[in-house]
Design a protein around this ligand. Structure first.
Ligand SMILES: *[C@@H]1O[C@H](CO)[C@@H](O)[C@H](O)[C@H]1NC(C)=O
Length: 455
């Protein structure tokens, strides 16, 4: 049955293609350059440089009326005169280029990218950032992960409880969505069906916008953008997690209202993606001495992180992890909690995790599990590097006991050493404004091509 509301939705969708943000003339968009390497052969010895560039997501940019300097989006609210509806808003407003270093604390040098946490500029304070790797000025680099490995160095010694220096992949469209496109960082989507985006599928997300009660820069719109998400690296100096999040459909799709599910909706499980994921966090599976300052993988220093995406075609069979530090290869640890075995993520590992953690809802398999994750990867994925704090759960799902009221002795509850009162964004922002993450030395190629894998 077609309801009245879905007819409205279809009409609105058709009308959307005509409008788009105008490109502002106050600041030219110049992407910071960053090299990375494509590898062939074995052991990291046959790698060649690729000249890439970095773009900041559209959400961070200055939006002002085309006729002057008045903000179209001010603080965490839309100007209702400029943006009475989504189509008018896209026509009335201009999006600007970025001062990467001055406004956002983003710098590159050779093969490295530094993201700073709090950046104070003349008239604004910026918190964190989300960036994408580009192939050229107008297209994202599209990675086909299956059958390959992705390696990078990371220094997150300056990331305390509550912060997340993340490196991950999402099935975003290569050119962004609508104009101004990838050059201005449009087209983001993820497995939370992001509703905090100001611009989705060629038009604004101003209608129905609710300003955040705790975040002076953010809010939640009526629409969201969903797609499969492969969280290679969500981490700070205390905890780390490797997490596939499946979606059906796997590619870019727009959702509405609380039917989006995920972080931004009343019912987390109402959408078309697995908002929770099937994660591998060493601490959470009982290995508490593996990752952290002074531990086996020592987060007080730089480390190399290798992730292998085993399989072929669109069949993803296994996600394997290695670390290299001080010239030594360190395998991912075997779980020590009863009932779980294996140091990599497979469909079987996720099934076991569901049983051992006994979570009431474990949506990974409902959206196709590893099979649909593989299909999402086959579409090509965009590399995201970001630094963020968490206005919804204080990052406790990564680095503390979560849910906070649950018994920490119950399998799956303890995820890291941070206190359940830590990670409140206002606290983290005032106590650690100089926090930063440095990603460098990215290498990508067939299994075994980026590092010396032990036999
Ligand atoms: C909203 O934008 C209009 C121009 O479109 C401007 O005249 C007005 O001052 C703005 N309102 C606020 C609160 O900034």
């Amino acid at each position: 049955m077609i309801s009245a509301s879905s007819i409205t939705a279809i009409l609105a969708f058709c009308a959307s293609s005509a409008s788009a943000w105008v490109i502002g003339k106050e600041q030219t968009e110049t992407h910071p350059k960053m090299t990375w390497q494509r590898c062939t052969g074995k052991g990291g010895n046959s790698c060649t440089n690729v000249n890439g560039e970095i773009v900041i997501d559209a959400n961070w940019r200055w939006l002002h009326v085309t006729s002057g300097y008045t903000n179209c989006f001010d603080g965490n609210e839309w100007n209702k005169t400029a943006c009475p509806n989504n189509d008018a808003c896209a026509k009335n407003c201009a999006i600007e280029g970025s001062d990467y270093r001055g406004s956002y604390g983003i710098t590159t040098s050779g093969n490295s990218l530094t993201l700073k946490f709090v950046t104070k500029a003349q008239s604004s304070t910026n918190i964190g950032s989300r960036t994408y790797l580009m192939k050229d000025a107008n297209s994202y680099e599209m990675f086909k992960l299956i059958g390959n490995e992705f390696t990078f160095d990371v220094d997150l010694s300056q990331l305390p409880c509550g912060l997340n220096g993340a490196l991950y992949f999402v099935s975003m469209p290569e050119k962004g969505h609508g104009t101004p496109g990838a050059k201005y960082g449009t087209g983001y989507c993820d497995a939370q069906c992001a509703r905090d985006l100001k611009y989705i599928d060629g038009k604004a997300n101003a209608e129905g916008w609710q300003a955040s009660s705790s975040d002076p820069n953010a809010g939640v719109g009526k629409r969201g953008a969903c797609c499969a998400e492969m969280d290679v690296w969500e981490a700070n100096s205390i905890s780390t997690a490797l997490t596939p999040h499946s979606c059906q459909p796997e590619g870019y799709s727009v959702c509405e209202d609380d039917k989006c599910g995920g972080t931004y909706s009343l019912d987390r499980y109402a959408g078309s993606c697995d908002a929770n994921g099937c994660d591998f966090n060493p601490y959470r599976v009982g290995v508490k001495d593996f990752y952290g300052k002074g531990k086996t993988v020592d987060t007080s220093k730089k480390m190399t992180v290798i992730t292998q995406f085993l399989g072929s075609g669109n069949q993803l069979t296994e996600l394997k992890r290695f670390y290299v530090q001080d010239g030594k290869v360190i395998s991912n640890p075997e779980p020590t909690i009863p009932g779980m075995t294996g140091n990599s993520i497979t469909q079987e590992w996720c099934n076991t995790q569901k049983n051992v953690f006994q979570e009431e809802i474990y949506p990974f398999n409902e959206f196709g599990g590893m099979a649909s994750m593989g299909k999402g990867m086959e579409l090509g994925m965009v590399l995201v590097m970001s630094l963020w704090d968490d206005h919804y759960a204080n990052m406790l799902w990564l680095d503390s006991n979560y849910p906070t009221a649950a018994d920490p002795a119950k399998p799956g509850v303890a995820r890291g050493e941070c206190d359940i009162t830590s990670g409140v964004p206002a606290d983290v922002e005032s106590a650690n404004p100089n926090a930063q993450v440095v990603f460098s030395n990215i290498k990508f190629g067939p299994i075994g091509s980026t590092f010396q894998q032990p036999a």
